[in-house]
Design a binder for this molecule. Sequence first.
Ligand code: PLP
Length: 489
Amino acid sequence: MNASPPSVLEPFRIKSVEPIRLVPPARRREALRAADHNVFRLRADDVFIDLLTDSGTGAMSAAQWGAMLQGDESYAGSRSFERFRDAVRDLTGFEHVIPTHQGRAAERILFQVAVGLGDVVPNNTHFDTTRANLEAFGATPRDLPAAEARRPALAHPFKGNMDLAALERLLAAEGERVPLVLVTVTNNSGGGQPVSLENLRGVRALCDRYRKPLFLDACRFAENAWLIREREPGQGERAPKAIAGEMFALADGCFVSAKKDGLANIGGFLALHDDAWAERASELLILAEGFPTYGGLAGYDLEAIATGLEEVVQEDYLRHRIDSIAAFAARIADAGVPIVEPPGGHAVYVDARALLPHVPPLAYPGIALVNALYEESGVRACEIGTAMFGLQPDGGERPAPLDLVRLAVPRRVYTQAHLDYAADAVAAVAARREELHGYRIVSASRRLRLFTARFAPLAAAEREACEGREGRGDAYAGEPARALEDCLV
Ligand SMILES: Cc1ncc(COP(=O)(O)O)c(C=O)c1O
């Protein structure tokens, strides 16, 4: 037998199990109807395999659960905080470590310290909470992704990169309005596309030239480090932790949601070098989150994250994580289903508009696919397209640049057999694509409407009217309503 096991073989055994149940097809249809055809409104017990998000949905290890029992819940000076602080320092090299209840709290505190009215903040692509927090302080988030990110089928190794020429233009023209530069690793675009070390060095050089601090939005830092190891020349022999260390060393600070590569179900932190900013951030922490030695977290959460940060950079964990996503993507693509290439670190994106060209964007092909997939198999995915982003500030609607369906993979939760099942379900739905039809929105809130919207399937007459019309999906291909990357939260 071969000495090394296949890399998609899970590098863990299962000590504790949670039963999942595939409810019968009639129940799935009824559950979807009762949820107004919006899978965000489903009861999780009616879901068999949940690929809605990779955030906070991972499984903790025996070591993490063991560490949690050691949690020190002292209000001040907790031993668990010291362990957490040392783990973050060891990984990132940043002196000041500020624990928060999740990533968005860390962003908010940083922006309150550093960003003012009228400022412009560049990023490869802002995550939606980052964007919203900047806007809340009167600043303008500016997305500057590399051109390759805009082409879903293009297999470029570092689609998460920042467009350095665009960054330089911004700094030269409006530098006095830029308080800091952000880079998101991995970039959420297309399911966790990595940023190369070369690109990060380029950003650093520009920040030095224009004297700007550089912060990483680093919630998927370990997946980024592994993809650098796999794809960047000269990196193949390095330990993921050393690569991650080099990424952090190029920055002045970072904010992190520990719900991803912290391998925890809740938590986050801000870490930075600057003494004055850290002092101000600690004051704000006390106002909004808690005392600096626990922030928004319990002592046991700090223990879980400290252990998670040690585990997430282990080679066998990362090899399995990335290879298992690649195998999942390959099984879907091999069935002839169009996906965003190459698969990144945490999800596979199906191009619903390309798969369902008879469903116009304003009839939400992504919703049609998500709902058909749930009915087919009990697998829950997430629409990332016109239902999520089509609503315009004036109340009108425009097609998003792409209509995608994201299959996000929780960490250490599902086996490859589960992912094979989900991939085969996507293929089965794709095989009867002509039977899928669009939806209309019955009611929705004006903000983040996908979370709460109520949908109804289009009636036959409505379908005929819209499917025959000029508004076919492919007719919108060249008409970006917002930047493509905004569709890839
Ligand atoms: C790139 C990125 N930044 C920030 C956040 C916000 O983190 P949290 O959900 O912990 O507030 C997320 C969450 O998904 C994210 O993906």
